[in-house]
Design a protein around this ligand. Structure first.
Ligand code: CA
Length: 230
């Protein structure tokens, strides 16, 4: 999940960013309301976390503008203790949920998952390819009857592959999406993680799901279409 966090308190921002990244989320962080609005407008995030009191445009005005422009990205607003009227205004403007400072990271993650689940529809929370299934919400991965334990970054990589089975993803695409690196980075990290993923997802199974496309990148096998039996 790609999340934008707009918050001007540096301590909270770095706490949230670090915490979400440790869970395998891709996080863009921003301390100013004007930049925040621009980022939200030009990128397609899975969810936004918006503080209300911000330098430049405030959180409620960012929310109002996005909704006026039919942008339906799920939004969780963060309010200061006692900001009841802001909270109500935020919900009226189309915020999906809110958190009151101070909050626990686990609370934020739960809210993000639930607003995202509501916006994307329950059915999409489980991705399946062959006998491999990934639950985006509970982060449970199974193949056949085996429960597979993945580290957060391995999970993000598998989730990315699972979202477009059959499609070849280049190392650059993968590194940009899963690691959020936008520079000419060393893409060997992709090979290292693919290897780890294969050990867990493919090695003990006959059918290999993760394929190497030589010179290009990787893909997950496409679902086999069953031929009609008649
Ligand atoms: Ca603030």
């Amino acid at each position: 999940m790609h999340i934008l966090v707009v918050e001007d308190e540096k301590k909270i921002l770095s706490f949230v960013r670090k915490g979400l990244e440790e869970q395998g989320y891709i996080v863009d962080a921003c301390e100013n309301g004007d930049d925040g609005y621009l980022l939200a407008k030009t990128n397609s995030y899975d969810a936004l976390v918006l503080d209300i009191m911000l330098p430049g445009r405030d959180g409620l005005s960012i929310l109002r503008l996005l909704r006026e422009n039919k942008n339906k990205v799920p939004v969780v607003i963060i309010t200061a203790r006692g900001g009841v009227s802001e909270k109500i205004e935020g919900l009226n403007l189309g915020a999906d949920d809110y958190l009151v400072k101070p909050f626990y990271l686990e609370e934020l993650i739960a809210r993000l998952n639930s607003v995202w689940r509501r916006s994307s529809g329950q059915g999409l929370s489980i991705l399946r390819v062959g006998d491999l299934s990934v639950n985006i919400m509970t982060r449970e991965v199974t193949r056949g009857d085996c429960l597979i334990d993945l580290a957060p970054r391995e999970f993000s990589l598998l989730e990315y592959l699972m979202r477009s089975p059959g499609r070849v993803l280049t190392r650059t695409q993968i590194v940009e999406h899963v690691w959020n690196y936008h520079f000419d980075s060393d893409t060997n990290i992709v090979d290292v993680y693919i290897q780890r993923l294969r050990r867990k997802v493919d090695d003990q199974f006959d059918e290999k799901l993760i394929q190497t496309v030589r010179g290009v990148g990787y893909r997950l096998v496409a679902e086999k279409k069953r031929t009609p039996s008649s």
